[in-house]
Ligand binder design. Structure first.
Ligand code: ATP
Ligand code: MG
Length: 271
């Protein structure tokens, strides 16, 4: 329970599955604004006045070399880390200002998938709904079936995680995130550790989910994936976003640091 509460919204806010309440947002995605975010670990200044704006419903890809601060940025958005200075606003509400966290739902897809091995696929996907007593078993089963269908795993409720490939585990982990009906979904290296075929499958799932218009933040150093799913991408270098733009614009960049990163990545991928 505590584990889930660290990154899922406050229990006082109950998701609705019976249809929107009057105060429910009319769109599914929220706007995210990161303003002058600074984070130090001791003397190591990881995020340096980082600014980022993600539009409602947008799929925004963050890329950059290992250790540049991509996961640290996501952890600030989930609340696992607190800024030394700067603010994060979600639909204009400051995340650190009390109630902000309760007005929307976010979910994270972990690099490791982080499934509970002793629970079936269906139980993993429906766990948050069950623990928060959102609805009865029949309604939960129907949400679970719907979310598994969205990731191409219809009918796999009774499988155990140990029976699944890495790509299937990742898809279950995406279905579990979707079960919260999130306004914001965060992916940390969604294809990390997967072979090219499975990577492509996950890319298709993330691209298909764009129709749901959930604001999506995808952290990856896989630029093939990034270019395939992004509305816009941004590169982190020396603690800040040094370039932001559409896939076309980033491909045509004249910034030498971005160019160098792209060409190195593409060489690695071509091997
Ligand atoms: N809890 C922590 N304590 C101390 N240093 C940390 C902590 N978390 C992250 N760091 C440091 O912050 C820097 C950024 O880490 P981060 O995990 O965000 O990198 P990343 O961009 O996600 O890299 P990768 O692509 O390898 O996942 C690294 O130098 C890391 O060692
Ligand atoms: Mg990381």
């Amino acid at each position: 329970m505590g584990f889930w509460n660290r990154w899922l919204p406050d229990t006082n806010f109950r998701p609705e599955f019976e249809g929107p309440r009057s105060e429910e947002r009319t769109r599914s995605g929220v706007r995210v604004e990161v303003q002058r975010l600074n984070k130090f670990f001791g003397a190591h200044h990881v995020l340096r006045d980082l600014d980022l704006g993600v539009e409602p419903g947008e799929t925004f890809v963050i890329f950059g070399p290992s250790g540049c601060g991509k996961s640290v940025l996501l952890k600030h958005i989930t609340g696992l880390l607190l800024p030394d200075s700067g603010r994060i606003l979600v639909d204009g509400e400051d995340l650190q200002a009390g109630e902000g966290r309760r007005r929307f739902r976010m979910a994270m897809v972990f690099q490791s998938s982080a499934l509970f091995n002793s629970l079936s696929v269906g139980e993993n996907v429906g766990l948050w709904l069950k623990e928060h007593r959102v609805s009865g078993p029949a309604a939960i089963a129907s949400v679970v079936a719907e979310k598994l269908q969205l990731v191409g795993l219809s009918g796999s409720e009774h499988a155990m995680p140990s029976e699944l490939s890495g790509g299937m585990k990742k898809r279950v982990s995406i279905a579990r995130a979707l079960a919260v009906n999130p306004h914001l979904i965060l992916y940390d290296e969604p294809t990390g550790g997967l072979d090219p075929v499975l990577t492509e499958q996950i890319g298709h799932v993330i691209a298909d989910l764009k129709q749901l218009k959930i604001t999506s933040l995808v952290v990856t150093h896989d630029l093939n994936l990034g270019f395939a799913v992004a509305d816009r991408l941004g590169m982190i270098h020396e603690g800040r976003l040094i370039e932001v733009g559409t896939p076309e614009r980033i491909r045509a960049t004249t910034n030498p640091v971005v160019q160098a990163f792209i060409s190195t990545q593409m060489k690695v991928l071509a091997r």
